[in-house]
Design a protein around this ligand. Structure first.
Ligand SMILES: Cc1cc2nc3c(=O)[nH]c(=O)nc-3n(C[C@H](O)[C@H](O)[C@H](O)COP(=O)(O)OP(=O)(O)OC[C@H]3O[C@@H](n4cnc5c(N)ncnc54)[C@H](O)[C@@H]3O)c2cc1C
Length: 511
């Protein structure tokens, strides 16, 4: 009893703090409707006496988690599904993502075709280990064991994947499936599927409150929306699905949980991922978990963004490229998990460089030959005829870089990296021309968020399920532990979104 009360008090205090942080963000974004998100003290908003609209399922946010939920709910026979998006465009972080999605196998048999031995168990072991065993085992299991079937579902729906797998840090084998057209391609297909199913997305509709019977009990019945200053109450007869993404763009909120992540660090996502879903959830007593685990990504652009050239660095590192600093020295196992790599990058002088040769350039990657030429022309990728030439053009210590490459090539011969213990030492860096991509690190992903179970039902601070309320994607916590592995987020949003849609469709209408 005592510990329950304590947990209640702690959670109440922390949601007060968070709402104040959000209040600042809401003011900046010009919210005018009184609400949990915009209020100075989070407050419960009672069920309104009048509704402006009614649907079966309301989905908050329009990224991949929302799309998966909507498509799956439609498969469950639901016709009136409404997606509400606060930005003037749809797609969220999902639409600017690299489009890598982890799965240990699928009906496309890419692992088998590429001679790779993989399994759900190995994917699970890599994921839970990367998260330092803090990921909830049942949620991690769901992610890894259901991912192959999720890919199969998506193939049947018409999503297209490239035939090459990517190997990202922390995965012990290549298992990154790649959408044709990367993240934008993935969301173009998703949007087409939503359109075919006549599922509406309303832009500039910022959800500001979850409407529940009582602050701590009862059912979720709808949402309150701010549409350009006009308040709308929308009834959700079956369920509300929260898919509002993470909080990497909310500097105050991320500094509350990790004071080192100040305004000096860029954010690779859009400015709209400000943690609204977490604050709204808290205003109806939803529990949160893992809020202190915030991920910076190794190899953003020096300005802290991602883009095709940054994604190219991930392809090349997986194939054998190395990271060096301005002194021309390696400083990390380039295939370590993100938290490790980022912490080592932050100890170097800005920028660091990804170095590779023509052999690696011609392997599968994110850029076409034409895009390479353009990136070289604008200095985003540096090309040199020799290692010395490359080093001079990039501003790297030339004699040190020559020594580093010689040493690295000798490790390829011996099959062992005695200094950093990097695996994958198959390809020497020895064929002209040589390439360098200047890189840095930036806030990328927030592992914490609303507490859910494997059915994507949101739990309250007393561990009860909140009826009619589901959450999916980066707004949730507990799936990745302390460190999300690259490509696991897309597996998560499509797998858990599919479940949320199914669950919401099966809910009894409260009307
Ligand atoms: C540049 C980049 C590259 C990435 N590449 C990969 C990759 O290759 N593989 C991988 O696995 N992961 C990748 N990730 C991570 C992954 O893309 C995200 O974690 C995932 O797409 C999140 O999906 P989501 O649907 O939960 O949220 P999002 O796609 O961010 O969608 C959330 C939406 O909710 C909206 N919203 C927020 N608050 C409100 C509100 N109050 N009312 C209405 N709408 C609201 C937001 O505007 C946004 O559109 C990448 C992330 C970034 C930023």
């Amino acid at each position: 009893m005592h510990s329950k009360k304590l947990k209640q008090d702690i959670n109440r205090r922390s949601f007060m703090k968070e709402a104040c942080i959000l209040a600042g963000g809401a003011a900046l974004l010009g919210a005018t409707v009184g609400s949990a998100v915009g209020a100075e003290i989070p407050r419960y908003t009672p069920i309104p006496s009048r509704w402006d609209d009614e649907v079966d399922i309301v989905i908050i946010g329009s990224g991949g988690a929302a799309a998966a939920s909507a498509i799956s709910a439609h498969e469950g026979g639901i016709k009136k599904i409404l997606i509400l998006e606060k930005a003037p465009f749809s797609g969220g972080a999902s639409a600017i993502s690299g489009g890598a999605m982890a799965a240990s196998n699928s009906k496309l048999h890419l692992q088998e075709k590429n001679g790779i031995k993989d399994s759900e168990k190995l994917h699970y072991e890599d994921t839970i280990k990367a998260g330092e065993y803090k990921g909830h085992p049942e949620l991690v299991k769901k992610l890894c064991y259901e991912a192959p079937n999720t890919i199969n579902w998506m193939v049947d729906l018409g999503f297209e994947f490239r035939d090459k797998l990517m190997r990202l840090g922390g995965h012990s084998v290549p298992r990154g499936y790649n959408f044709v057209g990367s993240g934008p391609g993935m969301m173009r297909t998703a949007k087409k599927l939503l359109k075919e199913r006549e599922i509406t997305i309303l832009l500039e509709h910022r959800v500001v409150d979850i409407l529940r019977d009582g602050p701590r009990k009862g059912r979720v019945k709808g949402v309150k929306v701010d549409h350009r200053g006009k308040e709308l109450n929308i009834k959700a007869k079956k369920a509300v699905i929260m898919a509002a993404g993470g909080f990497s763009a909310n500097i105050a909120m991320r500094m509350k949980h990790d004071p080192t992540l100040n305004e000096k660090l860029g954010n690779t996502s859009t400015k709209y991922v400000t943690g609204d879903g977490i604050v709204m959830g808290k205003s109806i007593m939803s529990d949160t978990v893992d809020m202190d685990y915030i991920q910076s990504i190794p190899r953003s652009t020096p300005r802290g963004k991602l883009g095709k050239v940054a994604v190219e660095t991930f392809w090349k590192i997986g194939q054998g490229a190395i990271d060096v600093n301005k002194k021309g020295k390696r400083f990390v196992n380039s295939l370590a998990k993100r938290a490790v790599e980022s912490s080592f990058i932050l100890k170097q002088e800005k920028p660091i460089f990804v170095i590779y040769d023509e052999k690696l350039k011609s392997k599968a990657g994110a850029l076409s030959d034409d895009e390479y030429l353009k990136a070289i022309k604008r200095g985003r990728i540096i090309q040199g005829s020799t290692i010395e030439d490359l080093a001079k053009k990039a501003g790297i210590n030339a004699s040190a870089l020559v020594g580093t490459i010689d040493e690295y090539n000798s490790y390829v011969d011996s099959g062992k990296d005695p200094v950093f213990g990097r695996p994958v030492l198959k390809v020497k860096i020895d064929k002209s021309p040589f390439y360098a991509i200047p890189s840095w690190t930036a806030v990328h992903y927030t592992m914490g968020g609303l507490v859910i179970n494997t059915r994507t039902q949101v739990k309250d601070i007393l561990d009860n399920i909140i009826p009619g309320f589901y959450a999916v994607g980066e707004v949730t916590g507990g799936v990745h532990g302390t460190c999300r592995l690259g490509s696991n987020a897309l597996s998560e949003i499509w797998t858990f979104g599919r479940t949320a849609g199914k669950m919401a469709a099966a809910e009894k209408s409260w009307v």
